[in-house]
Design a protein around this ligand. Structure first.
Ligand code: PLP
Length: 392
């Protein structure tokens, strides 16, 4: 039998996994405004498997509660033209644009939805800049849950339309993501039987994202050497580490890969803290809206993992992101949103330090059609219309 618990990543206190606990009640008492969350809880497991474990055995919610939808199991493939051109034969893309709603966020929403089903909760509330919202809206729709979303009014329209199409209750906030975050927490505290899916705050958002690492292992049968992770709040980063740490704990892999947090130059809070030690709120600006974050909610936890496992941080400019996006589209046939292309941009910046035979995985975290306004910046529209071929 395997038993799952929450354990505080700071004080190591343990708690049962219930719907009314989100961050460590003790450590979060010291929470300062405008800083990453204190008392991030981690799912830990204890006990022995009596059979060769399946991936679902490593999740804290039983398989029967998950909606029957295609989340995870995404392809890991080599972009041959790029791999040949750069001389990296073992370059892979973990293509999470294939998820139900087109982003990696579905892995977190999937676990949160299953947990809500198990606990008999009918409504989920959250704040998001876009993908987490559209993901919870879509996964929640399939699971028969009511979803309420607090969105900053600047959220890309496609992601807003996606959420509305899925039938979510969308509340537009005159203000930024941080304001939406606070309002959504207030809403979940005031309502009964409502679960928050705020990223990092709900520990299952980190835990759910670990499945991306479990799948990379399932395909490669080993740890890769490098994994490039586009990073905003640092929840995907935390999840990627958690997956490989679980695999190491079970004896499946002997090493944790070198994880590279890729941030935009204009939204580099984690990279900055990695260098100078502390977090100060930044005024985030980048074309990659999904990694545009002033206060990374999972900053302390992400930083601790990066330090402990010799991870790296790399920053990329908006121009480099847009060039990387266009290259992935035109050389690999993979149209990603800018945040997702950041992992490739980060690899291009760092590749001189990486041995050519290294196994390198780039996380492609979101589909390009989610943010057309940014993608337009990387292309030129035809300047004129024609009436006959003679005009070509
Ligand atoms: C959310 C998101 C990220 C960043 O994840 P964090 O957990 O905020 O670091 C990267 N790419 C895409 C497409 C996302 O939706």
């Amino acid at each position: 039998m395997i038993e799952f618990k929450y354990q505080c990543s700071e004080c190591s206190r343990e708690y049962n996994i219930t719907a009314d606990i989100m961050v460590c009640p003790e450590c979060s008492k010291m929470q300062e405004p405008d800083k990453p969350l204190l008392g991030i809880l981690e799912v830990v497991f204890d006990g022995h498997f009596h059979h060769q474990p399946k991936m679902s055995d490593l999740l804290p919610v039983e398989a029967e509660y998950f909606p029957k939808i295609p989340v995870g199991g995404t392809p890991l493939w080599t972009p041959a033209n790029i791999a040949d051109e750069l001389g990296f034969p073992n370059l892979y893309i973990k293509d999470d644009t294939h998820n139900l709603t087109g982003s990696l966020k579905d892995r977190a929403s999937y676990l949160v939805a299953a947990f809500a089903k198990r606990e008999g909760i009918r409504e989920i509330v959250m704040a998001s800049t876009g993908n987490a919202a559209s993901s919870m809206a879509g996964v929640g729709a399939a699971a028969g849950l009511n979803i309420t979303i607090f969105l900053p009014e600047s959220a890309p329209r496609a992601k807003m339309v996606q959420s509305l199409q899925y039938g979510a209750n969308v509340v537009l906030v005159a203000g930024n993501y941080d304001r939406a975050f606070d309002l959504s927490l207030e809403f979940s505290r005031k309502s009964k039987n409502v679960l928050s899916r705020n990223t990092a705050y709900n520990p299952l958002t980190i835990e759910g994202k670990k499945t991306v690492s479990l799948e990379i292992y399932q395909t490669l049968k080993r740890s890769p050497d490098f994994v490039f992770v586009p990073t905003g709040d640092g929840v995907i980063l935390g999840g990627v580490y958690k997956g490989f740490r679980d695999l190491q704990k079970m004896g499946f892999v002997d090493k944790i890969p070198t994880i590279v947090a890729v941030q935009a130059e204009g939204s580099n809070a984690i990279a900055k803290a990695f260098k100078d030690g502390g977090f100060t709120e930044i005024d985030a600006h980048t074309v990659a809206d999904s990694i545009s974050v002033g206060i990374p909610r999972n900053g302390y936890y992400a930083l601790k993992q990066l330090k402990q496992y010799n991870g790296k941080c790399v920053t990329v400019s908006d121009e480099e992101i847009l060039i990387a996006q266009k290259e992935l589209s035109s050389k690999a046939g993979l149209f990603t949103e800018p945040a997702a292309a950041a992992s490739y941009a980060g690899f291009l910046n760092m590749r001189a330090e990486i041995p050519n035979d290294a196994i390198v995985v780039l996380l492609a975290t979101g589909n390009g059609l989610k943010d057309i306004d940014s993608a337009i910046k990387g292309v030129e529209f035809p300047k004129k219309t024609i009436t006959s071929l003679d005009e070509l």
